[in-house]
Design a protein around this ligand. Sequence first.
Ligand SMILES: Cc1cc2nc3c(=O)[nH]c(=O)nc-3n(C[C@H](O)[C@H](O)[C@H](O)COP(=O)(O)OP(=O)(O)OC[C@H]3O[C@@H](n4cnc5c(N)ncnc54)[C@H](O)[C@@H]3O)c2cc1C
Length: 413
Amino acid sequence: MRKHEIIIIGSGAGGATLARELSRKGRDVLIVEAGEDQFPLPLTIAKSREDIGIFEVFGAGGATVLCNGNGVRALERDLEGMGVKLDGEYRELEAELPIAPIAESLLMERGSLRLEEILRPSEYRMARMPKFIDPAKCVGCGMCSVGCPHGAKWDARVFLRGAVSHGADIVYNTRVEKVRIVNGLAVGVDAMGPTGMVQMDADTVVLAAGGLKTPVILQKSGFDNAGRKLFVDLCEIWSGVTPEIDISDEPPMQLVYMNMAQSRRISLCTVFSKNKERLRYYTGSKADRYLNNNWMGILVKIGDTNEGGVMADGTIFKAVTPEDRKKLDEGGAVAREILRLAGAKEDSIVKFSQPYGGHNGATAAIGDVVDTDLRTEVRNLFVCDASVLPVAPGLPPVLTVMALAKRLAKTLA
Ligand SMILES: Cc1cc2nc3c(=O)[nH]c(=O)nc-3n(C[C@H](O)[C@H](O)[C@H](O)COP(=O)(O)OP(=O)(O)OC[C@H]3O[C@@H](n4cnc5c(N)ncnc54)[C@H](O)[C@@H]3O)c2cc1C
């Protein structure tokens, strides 16, 4: 393959955004993607040594394909405190995707509209989640997190198509193993393609393989400081039978409670699953009550500590620390109160899942592995994905990853 100006590894939130921005500016870009160009993509659940499940998605568009369409400004003030101002980039994205509080037309009288009414006079008032979902196309099927079948939810394949239409090259089924560094400069990557190992050359290399895979590539390329921290935004779900409220025909994660988001990095949102087997599994002896009645869940998401890590062989370390447990319980208390206000009887309230992680990062954090321009100590090697986030947001991070990609595109162009 011919030498390119810029190789971007990974086609998810960070990679696709950067590729589109750079190719629009006339730069010569190659995107190397480990997964396939297919839709929908399967959800992969990596396990830490301590048995925490952590979500990953491989293929065109990365995790954005299975994301829930929540678009919030996560870590804006923290990054600004480090000198990384993203207001302009956020505003561009909010207009482009576009992002707006979930449309009233997608909420039901007997569902979230009723819940809003109940919570309005209380201290647990919930807001409408900002979404990148087109209300004209959404049918409220609840399939956002398995890949929107109606094309209503934006995902990074839109930016990938934009990049290709501006001349970017892309190869699938090609997993980058390491960056080749010669005399202190990146000269390209070694990757495993469908026919074996291949070398690809470039003037600049950008890693955007996600929070769990970028640190592996970095360590194999000689960066021993990568993967020494890890957050996953730990989540737990509380649920209750709510005879008066039925949110089953709305897009999931429709209302959000953000009062503790900045001070404690804890956020809560409404959730629902149509998977009856899973419901039976989680509710155990209470299953019949759940299956025959309206119910709703409240997901508690916390910004966990950075204690954890990813090794060069991919082994992940992540446990729930006492500090994390305290936050999960703090959020859990609010979740139970919301469920009670929504009409759930105490004996119907159950905690659904063991803690799991949906957003991983800090494995190549700003200040540790990259500088505020996302540059490593090798001056033509950059990182542009969730691994650069310095702390767990406790909020959906995709918009922040994309805003950072837009900012990096300005540096590189
Ligand atoms: C089920 C689910 C729901 C979510 N919902 C939301 C939401 O509603 N809102 C929100 O803000 N966030 C959400 N998130 C999180 C959000 O999607 C991620 O934080 C974001 O996509 C991270 O971007 P990224 O660029 O770091 O990684 P990704 O988007 O995951 O992209 C990484 C890409 O790199 C590729 N790759 C990996 N290894 C290699 C390699 N060795 N060589 C080449 N390519 C490689 C992968 O195949 C993938 O395409 C959700 C995540 C999941 C899993």
